[in-house]
Write a protein that binds this ligand. Structure first.
Ligand code: PAF
Length: 283
């Protein structure tokens, strides 16, 4: 399976295939594919006539140069993995210049959605995500696009962007895929040593345990317990843990305050930044 690298070639190919009432499913990725990504691609293949997967490490969403440089790039292996699902998957892997012939200066307004959690700790990150996703949507023109719920805030931002720009793309959320140990799959896990992987399991353990206790524990106490629980493991350091309304992403003070409540956590395992979340209520 050979990746397509130019917009022209991709659009020519899609133009030939897009005859009559065919649907395009799109899975945007930054590569280093794992079973989580493959679950999105499987769903896109099942729901659509054509499936496009982009592999593009988007520089505008990294606010840390070292993080961008260290981001795993494994295009050949990614293509091999995709070929195990279907030889018909179209892989689009453009250069930075192809996606951004000129610097993208667009500023998106997401109200309060990007002022909290990841948005607070990674200023500009979601603006960069919106830049690249809107650009890729414009190139691929998909009917549906698939995003993992592990990046819970990203999903909310993309939904808001599609609504505000009237892009007419159906956003399909997909559940978090975990290792048998509970560790949420992430391309960043590749940077963890075997020992760190064992330690990182305590993030999801703390989240699952907190859900079991929620009926007898307040929101405030749950936050304190999860942070203490994760930090009690040497090698883990919580950056933030917030319990929020799943729609507005604003913190809730009580379990009765919203119908959809989610706990979102970011933890440093050594210098690897891991995110995870748990749905306490709703959806
Ligand atoms: O979730 C990701 O991998 C990225 O943020 C995305 C959506 C592919 C945009 O670069």
């Amino acid at each position: 399976m050979k990746p397509i690298t130019t917009i022209r070639e991709l659009q020519e190919k899609l133009g030939k295939l897009r005859i009559g009432d065919v649907s395009i499913g799109f899975v945007p990725t930054m590569g280093a594919l794992h079973a989580g990504h493959l679950s999105l691609v499987k769903q896109a293949l099942a729901d659509n006539d054509i499936c496009v997967v982009s592999v593009f490490v988007n520089p505008t969403q990294f606010n840390n140069k070292e993080d961008l440089e260290k981001y795993p790039r494994t295009l050949e292996r990614d293509c091999e993995l995709l070929a195990t699902l279907s030889e018909d998957v179209i892989v689009f892997s453009p250069s930075v210049e192809e996606v951004y012939p000129e610097p993208d200066t667009r500023q998106f307004d997401f109200g309060q959605l990007d002022k909290v959690m990841e948005g607070k700790f990674r200023p500009g990150h979601f603006n960069g995500v919106a830049q690249v996703v809107s650009r890729l949507f414009d190139i691929v023109k998909p009917d549906r696009a698939y995003f993992g719920q592990k990046d819970f805030q990203q999903l909310a931002i993309i939904r808001a962007m599609v609504k505000r720009l009237g892009l007419g793309v159906e956003i399909v959320p997909m559940p978090i895929v975990r290792e048998a140990s509970g560790l949420a799959l992430s391309s960043r896990n590749e940077r963890l040593t075997e020992e760190q992987k064992l330690i990182a399991v305590n993030i999801s353990k703390a989240l699952f345990a907190s859900k079991e206790r929620m009926n007898s524990t307040s929101v405030g106490e749950t936050i304190r317990q999860v942070i203490n629980d994760v930090n009690s493991h040497e090698g883990l350091e919580v950056e933030y843990f917030e319990i929020v309304d799943g729609n507005t992403l604003q913190p809730v003070g009580d379990w009765t305050e919203a119908d959809y409540i989610v706990g979102c956590i970011t933890v440093f395992c050594g210098d690897v930044r891991l995110i995870d979340n748990i749905i306490y209520k709703g959806e």
